[in-house]
Structure formats: structure tokens, C-alpha cells
Design a protein. Sequence first.
Length: 269
Amino acid sequence: MTSLRIDRPTAEVAELVLLGPGRGNAMGPDFWRELPLAIAELDADDALRAVIVYGSGEHFSYGLDLPGMAAELGPMLGNGARGRAGVIDQATRMQAGFGAIASSRLPMIAAIDGWCIGAGIEMAAACDLRIASTRARFALREVKVGIVADLGGIQRLPHIVGEGWARQIALTGEDFDAESAQRMGLVTQLLPDRDTLLEAARSLASRIAANPPLVVAGIKRTMSARIEASVQAGNLAAATQNGMLLQSEDFAEAMRAFMEKREAKFRGR
């Protein structure tokens, strides 16, 4: 794999490390192809009882690698019904990775340091537990680039932080700090630095791994069953919306503004 690495500090705990190769561990084509395979590999290891997910370097993830995805998304833009269908198919393939995290038998702990943006938050939301360093920063910026978050984040976040906070995060696209994330319940623990964060994540994983693995898996499956159908329905609705929105003038303006490093001017068409 080029976008992910699996480490095994103990027989019972694995670490899934985001590598990029985009800046800030941005998620490009290799990531979306490799993530479901990585989760399947972890699930197939009967000795494993918990997984820690974290980013290499200074950040968890900058989210979707827009330049890296351009070759795949470009042909879908301005291509009418065929393009809209292509967007839905592409979103479905990308949703599979975070869906695999959520449906895995293994408890997943996201250890968040630095920036956690867009698809980064959606990945963290698919995990079972989230802890962070005090320097962690968060944003669900899809609204600012002219699309609906369609990787499960706006379906899962209301169950984590409540409907009000989830709507504020999604509708404003504004940045928020680690203390705010803890206050709203997105993360359950704050640690002073990256090293202490990883130590805490490993301790938490070890405590979970000490419990009966079949019972732990049963708890995760039972709790996930409450929201599975709504996540799937919401993901399809979001992908369908983006099939339309990626053809809009506002999306084209958002991409121009992104490349030109300026504020976008949206016109609602």
C-alpha cells in the first residue's frame, strides 16, 4: 500500500497509519482503493482485538485530495446524466472504505493530531472512539467547495455530537479547535501532545483488547445496527445531490477559487 501502513505494536492491537501521499495525508485515488483492502486484512486476523487510526507527520488528514482526484472526477463534470450517474458510482466506491471501518468487528480508535478536515472528520466519525491532542483542529469544509459531505459524516455526526452541533459544523464549514470538539462530544479525551496522544490511544486499545473479543464485537455490531440503515440512505441521498451539484456554476467557481487561493463568490446556480 502507498497511502496506508499497518503496524503491529502487539499481537492484539494494530495501528492503521495514514501516509498520504498527498500533503497532510490528503486522501487520493490510492487511499480510496486501499482502505477497504486494509480493513479486510485487519478483520481477517483473528488475533486482533482493536485498531488505532492516526496520521503520519503533523496532521491526521487534510481530507479529500482534490488535485489528486481531478483525473477521476474531471470527466464527470458537464457530462449530463452520464456524469451525474458517474458521481454517484464514484461516491459509492469511496463510501465503502469508511463503511468498512464502521462495520468491522474491531473497535477503531481515531487518534487525532493537527488538522482533521472534511473526509478526515468523516473517517473519524466512522471510528468507534476519538481522542485528540490539544493542537488538533477540525473542519467539515465541503459546503465551502460547493458539495454535500457524502462519505457518511453528516449521517454519523448527529449520533456523536447531536443534531444541533452537526448542522452547525456542516452548514458553516467553519474551523473549530480541540476544546470545542471535546465540549460537543466529538472527542472524549484531550492530550497535551502527539506522543502522549498515541500513548493514551494504545492504553485505551489495550484495555478494550483485554475484554472478551466476541462480546466487544457484539457490542459494536449492536450499537451500529441502530444507525446503519439511515447512514446508507443518507449516503445515497448525498451522492445523488452531488451528482447535480458538481454540474453547477458554484462548484466550478469553488474549484477556481481553490486553485487561485481566493474567496469564492457563489451565485446559487
